[in-house]
Design a protein around this ligand. Structure first.
Ligand code: DC
Length: 231
């Protein structure tokens, strides 16, 4: 833990689907000993929960009511935050085709965004975190000085998803994520932008660490480790 320990640190990594932000954010968190938080996974967990309860993404009022009675908890295990819904950890289902198809529609609902934002603040309470998402630097933690926007060309992003063997209409999701009324995907104006199309995860992490030092995070004081910490 560094000399900033009294003030916990949020590193925001935003960007579109398949831009490489998960690999980068996870590796960065490991190296710094911070907790890795994937906010998309929380939207996915909520989407999965509604699909289980047979509520359709269009039924916004039922979703809001059901969300108010569901117990959504953020737990940290092995250096990563996970969301548990009514005592069930849906981790194995988060990338199901039907979750991919519905998650943008669920995540544009204001009540859903409000709840996820609260859970992200819970996760960051008393911990140093790397959080990836779409609106982390712009809306959820606008005051953090550590903001990054990770991008890659549409062709490269499509190839990456195909290589992962997933059926994921990222062009449709991008359009929905950018055009929704509440917290759309935008580059925070003070975010450092990195194009990952033709560089390795390690190169991106190195660029981020260099930038963090430039903007005042005392990296040399931070315990750099390959072991996931944070519980
Ligand atoms: O990062 P991902 O592709 O797993 O995210 C899944 C969806 O969740 C994405 O299409 C939009 C939504 N999302 C969001 O609206 N805001 C975030 N901070 C993270 C994800």
């Amino acid at each position: 833990m560094g000399s900033y320990a009294s003030q916990h640190c949020v590193i925001a990594i935003d960007g579109p689907a398949a831009s490489g932000k998960s690999s980068v954010a996870r590796k960065l968190a490991r190296q710094l000993g911070f907790v890795y938080v994937n906010s998309g996974a929380i939207y996915r967990a909520i989407t999965w929960h509604f699909l289980q309860t047979k509520i359709r993404p269009e039924e916004s009022e039922r979703i809001a009511e059901s969300l108010d009675s569901a117990v959504l908890t953020c737990v940290v295990r092995e250096g990563e935050a996970r969301i548990v819904v009514d005592d069930v950890d849906p981790a194995l289902h988060l990338r199901d085709d039907r979750v991919n198809e519905s998650v943008s529609r669920v995540s544009k609902l204001p009540r859903v965004r409000e709840i996820v934002s609260q859970r992200l603040h819970d996760c960051a309470e008393g911990r140093d975190v790397v959080i990836e998402g779409r609106d982390i630097g712009s809306v959820v933690f606008p005051d953090t000085p550590y903001k990054f926007y990770i991008d890659a060309s549409p062709e490269v992003r499509l190839q990456r998803r195909a290589a992962q063997g997933e059926r994921d209409e990222i062009t449709v999701r991008d359009r929905d994520d950018v055009s929704r009324a509440v917290s759309p995907l935008v580059k925070a104006k003070d975010a450092h932008v990195i194009d990952t199309s033709y560089v390795t995860v390690e190169q991106v992490v190195t660029e981020i660490i260099t930038r963090l030092e430039q903007v005042g995070l005392p990296i040399s004081d931070v315990q750099i480790t390959d072991r996931a910490l944070g519980e």
